[in-house]
Design a protein around this ligand. Structure first.
Ligand code: PLP
Length: 451
């Protein structure tokens, strides 16, 4: 049969082993997960015309499980919740305080809403992993709202309480992209943005939980954002044919979240993961999470980032399982409660010491100034220029070194000699890629605004 995707899936399944990557269900049918059947792949059936319809009833149960006032189900991952959340919260043209470690869904909202931005730059480490923001500005004058992304891909979380309180004291709305933190509950996990008091929180539940890929949530808490504003944007951005397989997975998840043993299950994972940290320390395996916890960041124990030549680490672990993310100097795994950590622990014991202490040195990007807004740049024509001659040009598309995946330049920003030099060196040194760059006639070129 000529079916390349099915062939790929079949090869992947034949290989077997543990899955230390998204989705959180790890390929195992969870309790009450048996609904997954082609016959269930329908959309907009009769019952949906009842008020409240079954999806709305399920969303209410999910909201109560999270302590939210309203929750919306997304079949477009966390991307829809992030975009709809920002657009519902802030009038077009507002000035937003945003940390630079954004997912591109935030860029989508910046383009549509023609927002102006005051950026907060997080640091990152030599391995190319972003660190959470440590200090938030106390002066919020001139800012109309706050958008934060928390945690980092590797599960490190910024302390949010002070910034949420400061913003609320000034009547500002706080939207948090907590795509990777939907499972946080209980004393072993960072406090969730909802518990801290954020107004809108986006979750990508498929990343960690037993839910299907592309399922997400948007939660609303308090009175600062109106539910009707969210609904309006939801109608603009959401597909009109949501799959009931995805909605069914979300419904199952709300049931699971309300079971008394749910918290215990995740607590037990956190305890087992911390035991693994101790075992790794004894075997001199460097892990990002205990390193960050010792520096007073909040840490998600369901992420495990092994410092060392990422590809080599992934190869050593391959006979036992597949990992989530590999960089030149690190390898990240996503752990779930239903997984035993024993096979991982014995595979880690065979790991050669390839950790380079320089991978943990803290680095920062050169700062840029905006010559025009993100939307204005997006609307202008662009052209390719060699990176070596791009200083003085205005970025048209984001320039994102991966790792760490934080934009070094955003549309509308003036490229400096310092930045172009830094980018060329970083891409070589970090053995990573640079999104927004193309090799043309042997030269690295960037897409800039045509003046
Ligand atoms: C921080 C963050 N926000 C939002 C998203 C979008 O999530 P999804 O892929 O579920 O749409 C991602 C995806 O990786 C992400 O990392």
């Amino acid at each position: 049969m000529d079916a390349p995707v099915l062939d790929m899936l079949s090869r992947y399944r034949k290989h077997g082993g543990e899955r230390w990557h998204t989705p959180g269900h790890k390929g195992v049918t969870p309790v009450h997960g048996e609904f997954l059947d082609w016959a269930n792949d329908i959309t907009e059936i009769e019952d949906m015309h009842a008020t409240p319809n079954p999806v709305e009833l399920s969303e209410r149960l999910m909201a109560s499980a999270y302590g939210a006032d309203r929750t919306w189900y997304s079949v477009q991952g966390a991307t829809l919740p992030v975009m709809a959340g920002i657009l519902a919260a802030f009038p077009f043209g507002s000035t937003l305080l945003i940390d630079r470690a954004i997912h591109r869904s935030v860029l989508g909202a910046l383009i549509i809403g023609a927002y102006k931005v005051r950026w907060l730059y997080p640091d990152f480490i030599g391995a190319g992993l972003p660190l959470p923001l440590k200090n938030f500005p106390s002066d919020l004058s001139g800012v109309d709202g706050v958008v934060l992304t928390r945690p980092t891909y590797d599960g490190l979380a910024a302390p949010l309480t002070e910034i949420v309180q400061a913003a609320h004291q000034q009547g500002l709305i706080v939207v948090v992209d907590e795509a990777h933190g939907s499972h946080w509950q209980g004393p072993h996990y960072p406090a969730s943005a909802l518990a801290i008091g954020a107004d809108l929180v986006a979750h990508g539940v498929h990343k960690n939980e037993a839910s299907l890929t592309q399922t997400g949530l948007l939660h609303l808490k308090g009175h600062r954002v109106s539910a009707s504003a969210v609904e309006r944007w939801w109608r603009v951005l959401q597909t009109t044919s949501p799959s009931y397989l995805l909605l069914g997975a979300l419904d199952r998840l709300q049931w699971e979240r309300r079971q008394p043993e749910r918290c215990q299950t995740w607590d037990s994972l956190a305890v087992r993961a911390r035991d693994l940290w101790i075992q790794c320390a004894q075997s001199r395996i460097a892990l990002l999470q205990p390193w960050a916890a010792a520096r007073h960041w909040e840490v998600d124990p369901a992420r495990l980032t092994i410092m060392g030549q990422g590809l080599r680490v992934a190869q050593v672990l391959a006979p036992v399982g597949a990992v989530e993310k590999v960089t030149a100097h690190s390898c990240t795994l996503i752990l779930s409660p239903q997984q035993s950590l024993a096979p991982l622990a014995s595979a880690l014991a065979r790991l050669p010491d390839t950790h380079d202490p320089k991978a943990l040195r803290v680095l920062s990007y050169p700062r840029l100034k905006a010559a025009m807004g993100v939307r204005e740049a997006f609307e202008k024509p662009g052209h390719w220029v060699p990176l070596a001659h791009a200083a003085g040009e205005v970025a048209h598309d984001p320039l994102v070194p991966y790792p760490p995946g934080i934009p070094a330049a955003m549309p509308g920003e003036l490229l400096t000699p310092e930045l172009t030099q830094w980018l060329s060196e970083w891409v070589q040194e970090a053995a990573g890629t640079l999104q927004g760059i193309k090799r043309l006639d042997g030269q690295l070129c960037v897409w800039v605004v045509r003046s």
